[in-house]
Design a protein around this ligand. Sequence first.
Ligand SMILES: Cc1cc2nc3c(=O)[nH]c(=O)nc-3n(C[C@H](O)[C@H](O)[C@H](O)COP(=O)(O)OP(=O)(O)OC[C@H]3O[C@@H](n4cnc5c(N)ncnc54)[C@H](O)[C@@H]3O)c2cc1C
Length: 393
Amino acid sequence: MHALRIWRIYNIANNMKKPQSIKIIGGGISGLSTALALKTKEIDYEIYEQNSEITYENVGLGISANIFPILKEWSLLDKTREIGAEIKNFHFVDQNLKYIKSFVMDKPPLSVNRRLFYDLLKDRLDKEKIHLNSQKTVAEFSQNEIVISADGINSTTRKKVYPQLNLRDSNQILWRGITQINLDHKFKNSYHDFVGNNLRFAIIHSGQNYYSWYIIKEKDKTENRTLDGEILKSYFKNYNPIVSEVIEKSKNIYFSEVFDISPNKRKNLNWFVSNNLMIGDAIHPTTPNMANGACLAMEDSYLLASLLADKKASTETIFTEFQKRRTKKINPVTNQSWWFGKMLHQKNGVMDYLLKIGIKTTPKCLFDSIYSNVLIETTKNNIVGNRADGRES
Ligand SMILES: Cc1cc2nc3c(=O)[nH]c(=O)nc-3n(C[C@H](O)[C@H](O)[C@H](O)COP(=O)(O)OP(=O)(O)OC[C@H]3O[C@@H](n4cnc5c(N)ncnc54)[C@H](O)[C@@H]3O)c2cc1C
């Protein structure tokens, strides 16, 4: 009896000494990259994903250059380069593929097949720490455990903590896919954004002879969630035939509605309650116009793990610091992405004409200035990171 009691006390003491693993709800890019960032800092983790596998659709993913140092630290940069394409040139074009404005990217992003990138992340993690078919809520964990809610734009955690915090509907819908096709040399390492007519189509080189594409359209009364390529092609019947060809040859087509959460609406709200923190789309979803939500999520993960590695700080201090730093980076990007998306869709013919004139006459430095918010690097030591142009932000 006495021996049993001693054994129990020994076990309790031992468990108290052992650093607890951090629990992550959600195996999307936020969850996977948080796990990898923690692993890099030798902090234990467990991921719980509701689906039966960790994977993503065959669609494009833009990775901005500010993420490269993070990928390098995770030993993933070379592999990411291998599976993707560097986007050296950005072009706004009209429906006839006539160039409205072109510029060379000073810090070229990478464009990859998202499914392949998720495989890279997943392969670096320990299989036994990934729990599939595991739909979780924060309440299922002990109050002493650190729980990271990386459960995406429809986050159960966020809805429970902030039931009044609604998604903002951009009134835009989106289709996308990846097509294996041999295109003219000018499409290699390039991003072609067909603007005008209250419609957007983009072709982005995403490695080898793969090109990712998307359509963004305003919702209208006749709108449906069609995945029928013929219907989608009909939107572009007066366009350069390359648009229809890319859609036609795409093996799969995926549909999304475009939402975010207005930074203004979450201005005074904490991203954490006690030991539970929300990250990624769970708390700061952004529209895809700056192609940056997943990059912001990876920065979240990197910073969070760096802060957690400081064993002396309390969880509250770490989470407060985390939110403060991330808000400064994320809010401008989210706002810009929202307004950029709105600006590129003009219903009125005159405004549409003016939009193209505006794009044509806007100096590159203005585009650079907008994009420089994206390029701010996140490091563990500074508040919002270093600006790409070397200025203090
Ligand atoms: C059309 C489109 C294009 C985009 N393009 C880009 C781009 O080019 N570059 C870029 O950086 N960003 C891009 N983004 C943004 C990016 O996709 C998101 O910001 C990113 O995927 C968010 O990742 P997440 O892990 O936070 O959420 P999610 O990807 O939604 O992952 C959440 C995960 O949690 C799981 N889950 C949910 N609830 C539970 C639960 N209770 N228990 C267990 N598991 C749960 C889900 O199954 C899911 O796997 C784009 C977004 C869209 C819509």
